[in-house]
Design a protein. Structure first.
Lengths: 166, 136
């Protein structure tokens, strides 16, 4: 019986199961007094690791009173570990081998920097604006999401153009 | 319970996004190149489910865990949503990563993602440093 349930969980989930489950995280977090979002935790980590920082945005962050973002981020990390090692059969590759290289690391550093800079500048990321913001019908989040895609398409055209040149 | 409930919520979210493969670099590529409607179906059905849930919360005036009325924080628009959004989108395509998937993939053992994660922290710090000089 338990084995049967585990087998269902381990097999790939169709979009109409995964999508609504992601959506249900919105009311789940509202019930616990928070609104779903991940990128806020990056600011918390900055504040934690630089307690004497003079930068106002880092200093004014009240992470000690409200560290939930950090716990949530740690949970995602553990969730990724458990899923990939125990709840995925067949195991699906999620990240290309090409990134295990110097060139890959450079692309990840540039991309990651833009993600960290941009998400805080935009006041949220895919979860905060894309899932929470749109679910709660907030127009500013729609503008943010449209901008995410505009940025993605700019990067796509730029990289494809450069690759074609080489 | 305290903060442990948020750790558990994150754990469940991490399991769902990994199972949904929205953490997959390949899925993000296919999304931006319009090769596969999968990501749009996921995002669409997530938003519809979330929106219906929020309507139910409002309609039945459901209280939260602490017995208080549920308040949805309003997002106040500023130009940063556009400028920051475009910068975020470029990074999202280049690395194939956004903040949630970064954590899930490092947990799954894709170690190069640590580079992106540390760079994202530096990016957040850099934004914080220049915040007063940037148009909002």
């Amino acid at each position: 019986m338990i084995e049967n349930i585990l087998n269902i969980i381990r097999s790939p989930w169709p979009w109409y199961v995964s999508g609504p489950l992601i959506g249900l995280m919105v009311p789940a977090l509202l019930y616990f007094g928070k609104s779903l979002g991940v990128s806020g935790s990056f600011r918390d980590i900055c504040s934690v690791s630089m307690p004497n920082s003079k930068v106002e945005f880092i200093k004014s962050n009240k992470w000690k009173e409200n560290p939930w973002n950090l716990f949530f981020l740690a949970g995602i990390f553990i969730g990724g570990f458990i899923t990939y090692n125990f709840l995925m059969s067949p195991k699906i590759n999620l990240f290309p081998l090409e990134f295990y290289s110097l060139k890959g690391a450079i692309i990840l550093i540039i991309g990651g920097f833009l993600v960290g800079f941009g998400s805080r500048y935009a006041g949220g990321c895919t979860s905060g604006h894309g899932i929470t913001g749109l679910s709660t019908l907030q127009l500013p989040s729609l503008f943010a999401i449209i901008s995410f895609f505009i940025g993605g398409f700019i990067a796509l055209f730029l990289t494809d153009f450069i690759i074609n040149l080489i | 319970m305290g903060n442990i409930k948020y750790l558990i919520a994150g754990l469940i979210f991490g399991i769902i996004i990994t199972k949904a493969e929205v953490v997959s670099w390949f899925r993000i590529q296919d999304m931006f190149r319009f090769k596969d409607p999968y990501m749009f179906l996921i995002l669409g059905s997530a938003v519809i489910t979330g929106a219906i849930s929020v309507l139910i919360i409002k309609k039945f005036k459901i209280n939260n865990f602490y017995g208080e009325a549920i308040v949805i924080p309003k997002k106040k628009f500023n130009k940063g949503y556009i400028f920051g959004g475009i910068i975020f989108g470029m990074g999202w395509f280049l690395s194939g990563l956004c903040p949630g998937p970064m954590a899930a993939l490092i947990g799954a053992g894709y170690l190069p993602v640590i580079f992106a994660f540390i760079a994202a922290l530096l990016g957040t710090y850099t934004y914080s440093f220049f915040r007063n000089k940037l148009p909002h």
